[in-house]
Structures are given as structure tokens and as C-alpha cells.
Design a protein around this ligand. Sequence first.
Ligand code: GAL
Length: 809
Amino acid sequence: MIKHKNILKSIGIVTILLFSSISIAQQKQARIVEDFNKNWNFKLGDYPTAIQSNFDAKDWRTLQLPHDWSIEGAFDKDSKTKQAQGFLPAGKGWYRKVFTVPANWKNKTVSVEFDGVFKNSEVFINGKSLGIRPNGYISFGYDLSQYLNFGKENIIAVKVDNDAQPNSRWYTGSGIYRNVRLVASEKLHVGKWGTYVTTPEVSETKSKIHLEVTIDNDNVTAKEFKLVTSIVDAKNIEVANFSSTEKIGAKTTGKKVHDLVLNQPKLWSTENPYLYKVITKIYEKSKLVDNYETPLGFRYFNFDAEKGFSLNGKPTKIYGVCLHHDNGALGAVENINAVRRKLKLMKEMGANAIRMSHNPHSLEMMQLCDEMGFIVQDEAFDVWKKKKVTNDYHKDWDAWHKQDLEDFIKRDRNFPSVMMWSIGNEIREQFDSTGIAITRELAKIVKSLDTTRPVTSALTENIIEKNFIYQSGALDLLGFNYKHEDYKDFPTRFKGQKILASESVSALETRGHYDFPDGIKAWPVKHGAPFDGNADWTVSAYDQVKSYWGATHEENWKTIKKQDFMAGTFIWTGFDYIGEPDPYPFPARSSYFGIVDLAGLPKDVYYMYQSEWTTKPVLHIFPHWNCKAGQEIDVWAYYNNADEVELFLNGKSLGKKSKQNDDLHISWKVKFETGTLKAISRKDGKVVLEKEIHTAGEASKIDLKADKITIKNDTYDLVYVTVSTVDKDGNVLPNATDLINFEVTGGGKLVGVDNGYQANLDSFKANSCKLFSGKCIAIIQSNGKKENIQLKASTGNGISVGSLNIKVE
Ligand code: GAL
């Protein structure tokens, strides 16, 4: 179908109406959006004949998407995916679904939308190929209308080819790992990602809204229609509207523009992420033919070469974390509940920003950043034309980078949380002159679609003569990864440039494991030299082990904190992720870089950030108090909002300490003795907080703590249960390693277990999990039955069984 572009600017009168409604706005929905995740068949391997309607898929598994087959496999030292991807399998797989569409959809445009398929997907409808999509992170869709059997059965088949390995520097997952939707609209409708909203002027007194709507007319006749824009607030109350009468030719795509003004808008900020929505409606005569929602937030921000970043005029340091897309034990499977849990943990730590490392993330991730108040650095690529690993995206670069970048921007440009476009992470082309032209080309593509955010790139080379991406002059904001000692030179070296530490730290820790005495160790001393780590593949949690290119959390934060010109930083990483277990080889299979472990259990340094990045009172002491008699223990405390902390062992004071100069923690050397370690923080002589840790005795029962007490019976909702063994007084046994067996009955099923131990080779899909540093988690997902869920946990070694009831709503 050939479409002609016509761009019309609507002329009309802006009306600002509070609580108004227009007479034709009775009907609310015309567009049909259906969950298309259920009842797919799946089989590992290559089945080209599965596209045919008579193909027999009886022996294929039936499952609900999103699905990741890699996470179901076993860790294998010889896996083609190698260490970087966590030694899990990849390969090829096919998905197939039989579905019917109502006969009365015959006059509609029907499309299928995939949020992400890893990778090299090819989608077939009723035997016809709709297209291929090599990039595993990009969202895409196809118009199915001309191929569908209306009122009858249809077959959709998806081939996924993740066989060529290695193709990534981290765990990717394999399969249709994000959501799929079926969308039906009338032939006259808003196009795919067809709205673009900007706020050319923002203030608390008055803001301007500029909306561009791309409209597809798939009819064979020209159409006259009414285009209605209404702005609704967070309670869905209309606060402004505008309408215009428009014309569009047959089989044409056209762009229409609406400009509105809103008095006294509530601003979007990281503390109060107030969201409005733009509701776009198309009417033919008085019939609603399409409705479409676009997120809208009013905020203004600025990067300044001397003063760093500000949001709505307020100086704001970017307290950011980098995140990869995996959801721990769920693998790459996208689930909004898993993402919400991750972001909640980051928010409580005080983070106000997320860097989408190093690829487009899910729609849910973006929506939650809007809703929960995170500043987003949205990142498109980890490689351009020059490879990092044999089969990575460099192979698809020439054919696909333009379309992928355009689609990425179009999908994400309406999210108010997005404040930077990163065109690449540590791209090889920064080291040679080809980097100049590519940077300019990419920046031009971004600017053709959005000029409201700066274009940046995460660079490693800070010597001007050696950095060709910088030399392109096409970056609005310079992102530098690591080398924090060099920051002090940047204001003179990069005079007048806006600068951000796009990636920092890469320190390593294993939750709950402590090497005594503490003291900073760089890993490895020389690149390629063996790491003299621990025999059990653990790394001490004292924030003392750092990569040779990185810094400890404290070293880095002390530097960033003092430098006003530095907009902020993104810590590598908020969570451990599968893959990149450097410096250890197999059996280590997930990273050590997280502030929080893979299971979502915070490491101690989480509280260092909390004490610095929030104003809520913090007092965290560690390690645990089950050590060897007479052993000398380094007791650390992170605290804030106090002048001093006093430590007591079994009631006896071990002295008061306070942070000197730029200290971020205080510590005592304490001879271990069984009993109670207690810390009291005081300000002006008044107690701020008290914390006690006790030596735990014999295990007496299994303790189960769920993150919520009810679950929706929607087949997606999750409950995360933290499991530990406790003594008769309720003290957690910090060194317990018991194997816990799980049994789930009622309206839920066990979908993942994990203990955060980076070298654990047991399956994330097992019905049991060993405690590590005293803890593990069990993830329960609704199975759709409206029955309350019971989780039973047992050790089989005499510790009394734990049980937990979860109410299903
Ligand atoms: C960075 C890179 C990240 C990750 C990290 C590990 O250089 O950008 O993707 O590999 O190192 O320290």
C-alpha cells in the first residue's frame, strides 16, 4: 500500500475547559486492544512447516507469554553463549498460536504488536511472512488485515533464531520475552506510535502543549473527520481540550497538529511524578472511530556546564543506576510486577534516575519510570558497525540501525521521564575517525524525531584527540564511563561542555559474605592476571573489591558529590544481572556489580546510598553477629542525620565515632563474643536510631515473608517471598545453607527461586533452593484460579515447616 504524506496544521480556537465535556464525547472506546499472550504453542528447534494451517503441533508445549527458554535450561560450562551470557542455552525456537477474529472485524485494521523478541524473529500469518526483525530489544508490529480469515481460524507462527553465539556481553534470554497485543481499529485511525506530544513552555502558572498526530486512512475513499484532543489529569478529569475538522485522502497518512494551553499544571518531578494523559479521538460524523492515549508530564530540565543538572529549576544531582533488562530468576521474562519491585527498591534507596543499559527496555519499564518518578537515560546501542563479540548487532548495523533508532525514539519520546537519548555505550568507533560520521548521522536521526532531549553517548576515552565521537561535535551532553580521578580536569579540558558520569563504580560484592580484615583490593591487578579471589567464588561485601577500571562505591561517590559541574552518575549496577560474572570463571554465572543481589536482596552498600541519597534517618551496621569466638571483626556503620554513633557489645560501650571529613562510613575493630551488638545514633545528644543484631542460636523454624498479602488472579501478578531460618527468638541464622523445598497449592504456581549466590548452578526453575547467607526467595505467580494460595516450605532436617497464605482477589 503506497501512502502519501500530507501535513496539515489545524487552525482553530484553543478552549481551556475545566470539567467540560463535548456533546459527541459519549462513546469512550473504539480501538480494541487485546492481550495476545495466552495459548501459544512452543517448541525448541527449527520447524519451517509450522507456518501451515495443517501442521500438527500436538507435541508442542502450551504456554503463556512472555516466555524465555534460556532461563529454563541448565548452566553448562561449554555453552555457546559463554560466560558473558551466564552459560545458559540459546538456539532456535518456534511459537505458534491458533486464533479467531470476529467476523465483524472485517472492515477494521488489525495489527499485532510485539514489545520484544530475542532475536531474529520472523512472523508468519496464515502461511505468509510478515517480516523479520533481527534486533531483539526493539518493539515492532505488523498489519494483519489483508491476510486474516475473519470469523474463522488463523495461524500465527513466530520463528526465533538466537543460535549464532556469542551475541551479547550480558544475558539476553531467548524467545518472545515481552508482551504481545492484538489491536483492532477502524480503517481511519491513529498510526503506530502516532502521537508526539511536547511541552514547548512549562511553568506552574501556564504550560503549552504541542501535539502532532499521525493519522492513517486505510479506506479507499477520502475522509472528513473531527480530531479531538483532550487533556485529562491523574483522576481522569478533563482539564483542557481542542478539536478541529480535518480531511484526509484515500490510502493516505497525514499529520495533524493541535496546540493547547493549560493553566496551573501540576509539574512532574521525581518526588511527585504527576502525570496527565492526552486522549486523542477521531470522529466520523458523530461516530467515534478511534481513541488513543499518550502520557503527558509537565517538567523542564537543564544540563549546565558549571552547575550540573536541574529539574523544574531546582538543582538536582542525578542519583542514577544502570540496569540490564533481566528480572533475575524469571530471566528475560517481562512482568510489570517484577519491574515495579526492582524500581521500588531503587526508589527507597534514594535513586532518582535509571540508565536503560544498553538497549531499549520494555514498555512497562518506561511506564513505571514515568509513574514512579525516575529520570531516564534511554539508550539505543552497545555496538555500531564494529563488533564487541562475534555475532552481535554489528552484523545488522547497515541494514537496520536507522529503522531501529527511529522506532526506539518514536516509541519512547512521549515519556516525560526520558531526559537523555544515548546513541551508544562504549562504542568502538570512538577510537577511529569513522566515529565522526556515524555519530553525526545518529544524532541527526534522533533530532529529526525529537529535539527536546540532549543526545549523549557513554564514552570511555577522555583524551580529546583520541575520541572521535566527541570530535564529531554532535553530542549535546558528554557521558563518561569510569576514570573518576580524571573528572577534576574536565571543566578545563571540555570547556563549556555539559558532563555526566554515565557509568561508574563496577565494584563487586556477594551479599552477606565478609572477608576479614576489610581493606581495599583492586581486581585484577593487571588485566588478564588471575584474580586471587575466594575458593567459593564469593566477594567480600565490605565495598572493598573493585574492577581495575572502576572504583569502590565510596571512592566514586565522594568524587561525584563534590563536583558541581557533574550532572550526576549512573552506578554500574543497581542489581546483579545474569552473565558477566567477572572476574571469576565458571561456575560463577551472574554479575557481582549490583547494589542489590540477583534475588532482589540488598547488599550492605545499599544503605550507604540510602544514607547519602535520602533524608530519612539511616543506621545500618554489619556484618552479622555469628562469627568465630575471639575473631577480630570489622564492624561498619552507615548512618546519617546524626552527629555520632555509639557501639555496644553485650551492654559494654565500644566507644562513639563520627564521620570525619568526607567519610561515608565509620568502623570499629571488635573481638567477637556471642551476644548482642547494638548501635545508637544521636544528634545533639538525642537518640535518632537504635539497631541491634544478635547471635542466632539453633534454627527452630522457617520464616516466610511475602512482599504482599493479596494477589490478583490475572495469571500475571507475582508475590515475592523471602525465606530464612530463625532461632526460637526469631533471629535469622545469617550463615544458614539449608535446602528449602517448596510446595504451592491453590491459585498460584512457583515460577522462580534464587538465593543471590553468583555461583549457584541450581535451576532458577527448581522447586527448592538452598539458603545462601541465610536467605533465598520464592516467586509465586497467579495461575488464574480464584483460590487462596498456600506456600509450604520444609527442610527435611527437623526444622519446623513454614507456611504462608496469600489471598487471591
Ligand atoms: C562497562 C560496560 C558495562 C559493563 C561494565 C562492567 O565498561 O559499559 O556494560 O560491562 O563495564 O564493569
